[in-house]
Write a protein that binds this ligand. Structure first.
Ligand code: ATP
Ligand code: MG
Length: 566
């Protein structure tokens, strides 16, 4: 098993007493000092796409801390952008958070529930002379912003009276003005070194149908005017978000101060980046819309639903997030760390089974024709309570094409002329001969078996170095098996200045194998339940795909070892 600690410096050690990360330390101090009796966090997705593994990190953090410190956590849909949001995404997000094993004990909220309150907040700012309606077009407003090194210029509408502003703002709400005709801006400081403080736009006119409020509103608050205030309205004590919001914090604090509302404290942490994939919802949506993948839950997608369909378990994703740790520094995590976390979990819990993905016939020439015996095989050597299952064994079996060579040297421990191997949970067999088809491909390997070499009661005294998996031919199930590789061939597909990330797709990210042979017990396998196929990796039945295809479709979740050469 690989150990990632050496090459992932941000990875937290395995020890039960892991040192508290910087956010935990802040929480501990706030509880110890009595600043807060109980912490309250939230996870605030925008329902404009499916959640990805980066969101999982944010979820594990905010839900995990609330759990650990006996606090509350809210699920809040940050739905201020009606054109891109919809109910499908809301449902998918709820499902994914629940599947990860979390429960929003503080409640489920929507920023759109606060539209009226936010409107009132904006009116308060106007009355205080801290906001004004600007009639300039977006280009002029952008030009007047200045640059980080050059101060901005005041709008000619900046000195409008509160009365005039209030009337105009109410007209905006009432639909008097066309879309884009004017905006409401906070009146802060056009020379502020932080560009976000240069009179940011806080309301715009947009006649768009909202997935919850319908056509009630034709003005919508900007994200920056909604996000921080929503935290305050909900009494969030620790508002955890990714580093890109650090520069927005002074603005959120300014609103809190001017509006005299609950002072939620925002703390930023580094976002999770994974190699060989893209993580922004906009880019993932593009892959879905372009048909590059089979939907948001394609098993190659870094989405939670994709990982679930691929066969990831909630435990493995939580372990991964824990290992990645919480830091202030951005870095890129190896996809193989995610795979390691899955292997680590599945090795403990997955039931074992046998399947042959590239079958050729294996004929046991000295086994009586028409006879079948049932041989016990352990369901999980890591878990004695998992018991055994009975595997049929007879004269004709399937074996893996790659397990036979017509010529082989001493280091080859599988089948070849002159070689002896053990068939797992069955007998030792010795090569007799083989046949080839018209194209020269091997199609049958003939062996003889040693009746006294039966696993568990072997008295043959024969040594066999290799052990092969096999499936009884007469009772084998036919299945399609899908093998996955990295979705992108390049480690940072969106890190190339002049090239589109879609240029770096891995053409071999999906390999479909048909007519694979599965042991009969897998006919009863429930969907999305992990199995280890002996020597091949971890697999799970894709129930939806199977239904659509009319035959069983299995996904390989991960190989047994990290064999990926990046
Ligand atoms: P994307 O850029 O992928 O669309 P986003 O930040 O716009 O992501 P939101 O729905 O606004 O998506 O995110 C909800 C929460 O998840 C935010 O608090 C955000 O900081 C956090 N989050 C998003 N991406 C990551 C990531 N890669 N790593 C950690 N947290 C993330
Ligand atoms: Mg966002």
């Amino acid at each position: 098993m690989s150990d990632f600690r050496s090459d992932h410096k941000d990875v937290r050690p395995d020890a039960p007493n892991v040192p508290a990360h910087f956010i935990e330390q802040i929480i501990q101090e706030d509880l110890a000092s009595g600043k807060h009796k109980r912490i309250h966090t939230r996870f605030p997705p925008e329902p404009n796409g499916y959640l990805h593994i980066g969101h999982a990190k944010a979820i594990c953090l905010s839900f995990g801390l609330a759990e650990k410190y006996n606090g509350s956590v809210n699920l809040r849909f940050d739905d201020t952008n009606p054109e891109k949001e919809n109910q499908e995404y809301v449902d998918a997000i709820r499902r994914d958070v629940q599947w990860l094993g979390y429960h929003w004990n503080g409640g489920e909220f929507y920023t759109s529930d606060y539209f009226e309150t936010l409107f009132q907040y904006a009116s308060i700012l106007i009355k205080k002379g801290k906001a004004y309606v600007d009639h300039q077009n977006p280009e002029t407003i952008a030009e007047q912003k200045g640059t980080p090194t050059a101060p901005g210029t005041n709008s000619p509408h900046r000195e409008r009276s509160p009365e005039e502003n209030l009337q105009l703002f109410e007209e905006m709400r009432a639909g008097v003005h066309p879309d884009g005709h004017c905006v409401l801006r906070a009146k802060i400081d056009m020379t502020h070194p932080n560009m976000h403080m240069r009179d940011p736009v806080i309301y715009r006119i947009k006649r768009a149908h909202h997935h919850r409020t319908g056509n009630d509103w034709c003005i919508y608050p900007m994200y920056d005017f909604a996000h921080g205030q929503s935290d305050s309205i909900e009494g969030i004590t620790h508002s955890l978000c990714t580093l890109e919001f650090e520069v927005h914090r002074p603005l959120y604090d300014w609103f809190i101060q001017e509006l005299e509302i609950f002072p939620s404290r925002q703390i930023e942490f580094a976002r999770l980046n994974l190699d060989h994939t893209v993580m922004s919802k906009r880019k993932l949506l593009r892959l879905v819309e372009d048909g590059v993948v089979d939907g948001w839950d394609d098993p190659r997608m870094p989405t939670i639903s994709g990982l679930r369909r691929r066969g990831f378990t909630p435990e493995s994703i939580r372990t991964f997030c824990d290992r990645v740790g919480i830091a202030k520094r951005e870095n890129v995590i190896d996809f193989s760390l995610l795979e390691w976390a899955l292997r680590d979990h599945l090795n403990r819990v997955a039931l074992r089974a046998m399947a042959v993905l590239d079958p050729i016939k294996l004929v046991v020439v000295n086994y009586p024709e028409g006879q079948t015996e049932m041989l016990p095989s352990e369901n999980n050597p890591e878990d004695p309570e998992a018991g055994v299952r009975m595997m049929p064994f007879s004269r004709e079996l399937w074996m893996e094409r790659g397990d036979f060579r017509e010529e082989a040297n001493k280091k080859w421990f599988r089948l070849a002329p002159g070689k002896t191997v053990r068939l797992k949970s069955a007998f030792i067999v010795r090569y007799v001969n083989h046949t080839v088809d018209a194209q020269g491909n091997v199609n049958e390997v003939h062996v003889e078996y040693f009746p006294d070499s039966r696993s568990g009661s072997d008295t043959s005294g024969i040594k066999a170095k290799g052990t092969l998996h096999w499936v009884n031919a007469a009772t084998a199930l036919d299945a399609e098996v899908r093998l996955y590789d990295r979705l992108f061939a390049d480690p940072t597909p969106d890190g190339h200045a002049d090239r589109e990330f879609t240029e770096f797709l891995n053409p071999d990210s999906l390999e479909v194998r048909t007519h694979c042979k599965l042991e009969p017990s897998l006919g009863e396998a429930p969907g999305e339940t992990p199995y280890q196929f002996t020597r091949l990796g971890y697999f799970s039945l894709d129930s939806e795909k199977s239904k659509a295809a009319g035959h069983p479709v299995w996904n390989r979740s991960v190989t047994l070892k990290d064999g990926w050469k990046g």
